[in-house]
Ligand binder design. Sequence first.
Ligand SMILES: Nc1ncnc2c1ncn2[C@@H]1O[C@H](COP(=O)(O)OP(=O)(O)O)[C@@H](O)[C@H]1O
Ligand SMILES: [Mg+2]
Length: 285
Amino acid sequence: MLQCTNISKSFKRDFWAKEFIALRSINFDLSQGKIVGFLGANGAGKTTLIKIILGFIRPDSGSINILNKDWLDESVHAQIGYMPERPFYYQNLTGLEFLEYCGKLQNINKNDLEKNIDKWTTKFRIKFALDRQIKGYSKGMLQRLGFASVLLHNPKLIILDEPLSGLDPVGRKEFKDVIREVNKDGVSVFFSSHIVSDVEEVCDDVVVLEDGVIVYNGPIKKLVEENTSNEFIIKYYNEDNLESLVVSSTDKDKKMYELLKQGMKIERIERVSSSLEEIIYRLNK
Ligand SMILES: Nc1ncnc2c1ncn2[C@@H]1O[C@H](COP(=O)(O)OP(=O)(O)O)[C@@H](O)[C@H]1O
Ligand SMILES: [Mg+2]
């Protein structure tokens, strides 16, 4: 669906400064129909790559294919919905006026526009506020309106830059539900975040960027499985003291047997697991 090949980008902050390399030979391939998280610390280069994908800035080298076309081909843009990191909304328009305005900019015919506004504002539970001016919207409402606006032209892929920033836990949960809704409708989703837990729950795949280099690209499941240790922790009571012992999977039966023989009461045994956060932290070393 989207293939980046050897994308590199440097910035020169001023004439005398040394070039700063923001992206180094980025290669990845997004498969269609998935929710893909784009993870990286602040300054890793996520926004730069997103701007390149959208054709706002040009890479120094490399090329991108979107839906089997060169990414600078105009017909490609009609297939993409994009929400920037800091969207701007005309405060005095009502939600409905804003969506109609977006639709006009994208040359959507009146019937389709009406249908799509109805569909997405119903799904995102923002229909009730469409007659209100945007200045009265909460952050979560604004975001839902923003989502609706990028979906009006039936894009095949939506690209969202840090859509979760500034949302409270309820807003985050809502976002995840909304993303699943959109994806169920057949839209592929690519969204950036610097927070691992946001990506962990909702994504199929993840692309991890560190200082302009991709350090992992693939299923989240695989990343977690491959990095989950083969060690177990046995918790047991030695008289009244809860003690624990870390053993390898091959030793665990023997050790448990020994503990029982010594009269210990086994409380539980579990695999030593690591969160995605720990894994990514390790990857980046
Ligand atoms: N126009 C620019 N000129 C100079 N440096 C830039 C420019 N845009 C981005 N950068 C630098 O590139 C790096 C990556 O930035 P960015 O892509 O915004 O990161 P992220 O979105 O992952 O936080 C940062 O160090 C940033 O300062
Ligand atoms: Mg950014």
